[in-house]
Design a protein around this ligand. Structure first.
Ligand SMILES: C[S@@+](CC[C@H](N)C(=O)[O-])C[C@H]1O[C@@H](n2cnc3c(N)ncnc32)[C@H](O)[C@@H]1O
Length: 241
């Protein structure tokens, strides 16, 4: 995907990520960290971006972290941000083309990336094969009520209303975002569920990122974020032998 290879897009992305009460730090990350139930072995991060969270896995006890991303711009930042860590490998590759090793990973994580991928069922099969038995797969995506209809006019003010439309039409959505056009894929909750079942995963947890006041600096922003879910976060497991 070329979108994140555009330096202007990445600068804009980082500008939003560095804002106070950015919903990734205030909501999504809190849920993701809470869902990881074992901190050991190998972790694979699909769409690792600029690697701001890569050190978390090593610091918590994983022995090796593998981050893959198709954007060289993002990966250069990830490498710079984690240059002190020998237990990290960054690979410039498309998630759909990665040579997934068999039964290597204890945890496969993918944060806010899989809604950019069309044939998710095939990727879920590869992830399942690449996990050890008993391994965990956790991913977050834009919530289906958000991806259903992305054509709201943007404004410089914080968004105060959302639109749910064409919900039952799963598939491609073109979206003007971060100053460029990007393609995302809308999938319903039941779609994610079916793909996971077909790939033989056991779904253990489905979360929608309920904001909690203690994670926000601004009460106003906390109240605004209570209005609509931004994230769908699922934890699934490859069964023990
Ligand atoms: C919204 S960013 C999230 C980055 C990171 N996971 C985080 O939470 O900070 C999405 C990332 O997924 C990567 N990406 C999107 N589609 C991809 C694909 N098909 N293969 C590999 N990386 C992809 C992009 O380059 C980008 O770095």
């Amino acid at each position: 995907m070329d979108f994140y290879n555009n330096k202007k897009v990445v600068d804009e992305f980082l500008f939003h990520r560095n804002k106070t009460d950015d919903p990734i730090s205030a909501i999504e990350e809190v849920v993701i960290h809470d869902l990881i139930n074992k901190f050991e072995g190998n972790v694979l991060d699909l769409g690792c971006g600029f690697g701001d969270n890569s050190s978390f896995y090593i610091n918590k006890g994983f022995s090796h972290y593998y981050g893959i991303d198709s954007s060289e711009v993002m990966l250069d930042l990830a490498k710079k941000n984690n240059s002190n860590f020998k237990q990290m490998t960054f690979i410039n590759c498309n998630i759909t083309e990665f040579d997934y090793p068999t039964e290597k990973f204890d945890l496969i994580i993918s944060r806010m990336t899989l809604h950019y991928i069309d044939l998710i069922g095939e990727v879920f099969n590869l992830i399942h094969r690449s996990l050890k038995h008993g391994g965990q797969f956790i991913f977050s995506v834009e919530h289906p009520i958000v991806t259903s209809s992305l054509d709201l006019p943007r404004s410089s003010l914080p968004k105060s209303f959302w639109k749910v439309d064409n919900y039952h039409h799963s598939g491609e959505r073109k979206h003007k975002w971060l100053g460029s056009e990007v393609t995302k894929y809308h999938r319903k909750l039941e779609d994610y569920w079916s793909y996971l079942m077909t790939s033989n995963f056991k779904v253990e947890s489905i979360k929608e990122g309920n904001p909690t006041e203690e994670n926000f600096h601004s009460k106003e922003e906390y109240i605004r974020r209570k209005r609509t879910p931004l994230f769908l976060i699922i934890s699934a497991r490859k069964e023990q032998m």
